[in-house]
Design a protein around this ligand. Structure first.
Ligand SMILES: O=c1ccn([C@@H]2O[C@H](COP(=O)(O)O)[C@@H](O)[C@H]2O)c(=O)[nH]1
Length: 236
């Protein structure tokens, strides 16, 4: 029997009280909560610890710097005990392998170690957006290239769009953890996301986790929106 795709609710806010409210009203409906750049920079690491207490934490800070700085940054974040944490795959093989080593040092018990995810190509980028950055290929080809590099260098998984899941599974098998943002329930606004799919489509493609922010947090009733997505995943 295949495993159900799990739901991460992205708490993108600069307000600690708002995040606390979502944590208590949504935290037990979804499988994990995401805290990222906006919340961490605005509210600080103590707030990350407190808002995520009792929940699985996806700490999405997308680190990208020289290998030593990224590895040291991950070590400094270890007390937050995230279940999943992110670096950018385009930082290269040494940055990724040093990140893995830093997490293994901070968490000698493998079961406790945060899973290291490498962000491939942001879901807000399409062909034109990627080419503008000087990468003269399609998002699919770039995701595959970076995905292979990241997994070979020690990442446990990848952040990609649902459009690349099949390609990555064919190349890398079932083991890498695939975390998939750019999810939009049918009929909802795409906002700044370009490579989108519905929760059902992402689950059927083989996502381990989907990440959903605004379709939940900007809904009239966020708890109901989260419940609807959980129901969609259960029946996908
Ligand atoms: O490629 C990426 C990597 C991360 N994200 C994050 O996921 C959520 C998506 O939020 P929505 O409101 O559902 O668009 C957000 O926190 C991003 O930082 C991503 O979208 N794409």
């Amino acid at each position: 029997m295949s495993k159900r795709t799990k739901l991460i609710a992205a708490f993108d806010t600069n307000s600690r009280s708002q995040a606390e409210e979502w944590s208590s009203t949504l935290g037990n409906t979804v499988d994990a909560i995401k805290l990222g750049l906006e919340f961490t920079y605005a509210c600080g690491l103590d707030a990350v610890r407190e808002v995520s207490a009792g929940h699985k934490l996806f700490l999405d800070l997308k680190l990208h710097d020289i290998p030593n700085t990224v590895a040291s940054g991950l070590s400094a974040l270890a007390p937050l005990r995230p279940a999943l944490t992110t670096i950018h795959a385009c930082g290269g093989a040494e940055m990724i392998s040093r990140s893995r080593e830093a997490l293994e040092k901070s968490f000698p018990d493998e079961a406790q170690r945060p899973r290291l995810l490498a962000v491939t190509v942001l879901t807000s980028m399409d062909d034109a957006g990627l080419r503008e950055t000087g990468v003269d290929t399609t998002p699919r080809e770039q995701v595959l290239r970076l995905g292979k590099l990241a997994i070979a260098s020690g990442a446990d998984g990848l952040v990609c769009s649902a459009h690349e899941i099949g390609l990555l599974r064919d190349a890398l098998g079932d083991k890498p953890v695939l975390v998939v943002p750019g999810i939009r329930p049918a009929g909802s606004a795409s906002n700044d996301q370009k490579r989108i799919m519905t929760p059902t489509q992402a689950a059927q493609a083989g996502a381990d986790w989907i990440v959903v922010g605004r379709p939940i947090t900007r809904a009239v009733n966020p708890a109901l929106a989260a419940q609807d997505i959980m129901a969609e995943l259960a029946s996908a």
